[in-house]
Design a protein around this ligand. Sequence first.
Ligand code: NAI
Length: 404
Amino acid sequence: MARNDTRVLLLEGIHETAVDSFAAAGYLNVERLKHSLAGPDLSSAIADVDLIGIRSRTQINAGAIAAAKRLKAIGCFCIGTNQVDLDSSRREGIPVFNAPFSNTRSVAELAIADIILLMRGIPEKSARARRGEWAKTARNAHEVRGKCLGIVGYGRIGSQLGILAEGLGMRVLYYDIEHKLPLGNAAPATTLEELFAEADVVSLHVPETPATRNMIDADALHRMRPGSLLINAARGSVVDIEALAKALSSGQIGGAAIDVFPVEPKSNQEIFESPLREFDNVILTPHIGGATEEAQFNIAREVVAKLVKYHANGSSVSAVNFPQVTIPDHEGRRRILHIHRNEPGVMEQINRVFSAHGVNVAAQYLETYADVGYVVMDIELEDAVSFLSELEAIPATIRVRVLR
Ligand code: NAI
């Protein structure tokens, strides 16, 4: 069914697959802009659309959300969502979706490439060849087969990396603060100490938290095996870069691949400064662990699917800021979505409206956050619009929507 009355705005050059995916779901009224919007431009654009898609540059603050009276949902076509004021958005009844796993594989593949190149000493050999030196030797060049990979943070990326590394014949050890199911033949280390003592390569895949800040400092580097390799494609704050530079100078660390930095250039026009630039045995990449065409394509498909599902069916599963309601399709029934402040007696008031109209509620799905409740109701009645104003008049109501 064509949904030309639903206006969609995509900012920041979101992959064009998003437009195709919307079209395949019947959403043809989609505008795609290459740039981001801010201030009054954003407020007036957001006031006029039902769904908005952004990447990391567009800041959707409380002011923009207050203007978004028509907006049903926000899609962050990326991993992070801190560019959106999530609490304001929830309090205005607007769920926010993102794409947490669409670039997992891309990061894991980069780590595999880093491991193989570092084990063979390729970054250094390549740098020397560029300078006209012929460094033909097998000394310090190793196969990865049989070596131990220590993965710190065994989440989506860490566990995917473990599987790929085992495919290359590596032995996988991991450390995580949570109890995690070991995949393949991976084995958990009880302490970081144990992992450092055994790993030939340490690969970091933890989030940025107070506990992971400078997790790899001078002391940690000293506890790793002499000559071991370090990979950081997690967050720049996890490694003390000055300490790493010292450990590389002394040979305690035999090579590193670093994709993320404590301070990163804000644009491709800015100069990249780092004490690691001087080392031939370090692979430096500009935070592109998850940046592949495939990841962009998958992100577009994942986020559009979530926006369409919420818009057309009411399912808020995987929203990052909203009560999560999983619901089947509503063939042959009217579906009412009611978002309200989570106050005592709201459900009673809603049910009173239905019984006053003699409406049979065939199914009801309710989930709540501390401040916001979301109830989805399927009713056996053709004309749900007639008592919509009564649902809107319930004092705790934030938004009501009827799905056709
Ligand atoms: P995830 O949330 O699936 O996994 C993180 C794991 O780290 C979890 O299992 C968690 O229990 C564990 N963890 C948290 N604190 C820990 C600690 N103190 N010690 C040990 N383990 C701890 O996250 P995902 O998707 O695997 O991402 C991992 C990291 O990769 C994140 O920092 C993310 O920002 C980064 N990332 C980097 C990209 C790039 O372009 N370089 C792209 C995508 C993600």
